[in-house]
Design a protein around this ligand. Structure first.
Ligand SMILES: [Zn+2]
Length: 78
């Protein structure tokens, strides 16, 4: 299942595979809550969107870039 286009990458973590897309600040037009730290990602802040490479994309999550990168060094959330 290849849906990878420019700006997206695929990453295998301790909790499985994810597609990661980096969102630039100008494209961040909504407030999201980061599952890594439970804080809001304000409008205009560059961040990442991740979802499973399989499935229908309904499991997308918006993370602070730093929280996503730290995630792999924490205990995985099963
Ligand atoms: Zn966060």
């Amino acid at each position: 299942m290849l849906r990878i286009t420019g700006g997206q990458s695929r990453e295998a973590g301790p909790d499985g595979e994810w597609i990661i897309r980096r969102v630039i600040g100008a494209a961040a037009v909504k407030v999201y809550r980061c599952p890594g730290c439970a804080q809001e990602i304000p409008v205009g802040m560059a961040h990442v969107v991740v979802w499973r490479p399989y499935g229908d994309g309904d499991d997308r999550r918006h993370w602070h870039s730093s929280c996503w990168e730290r995630r792999s060094r924490r205990a995985p959330r099963y």
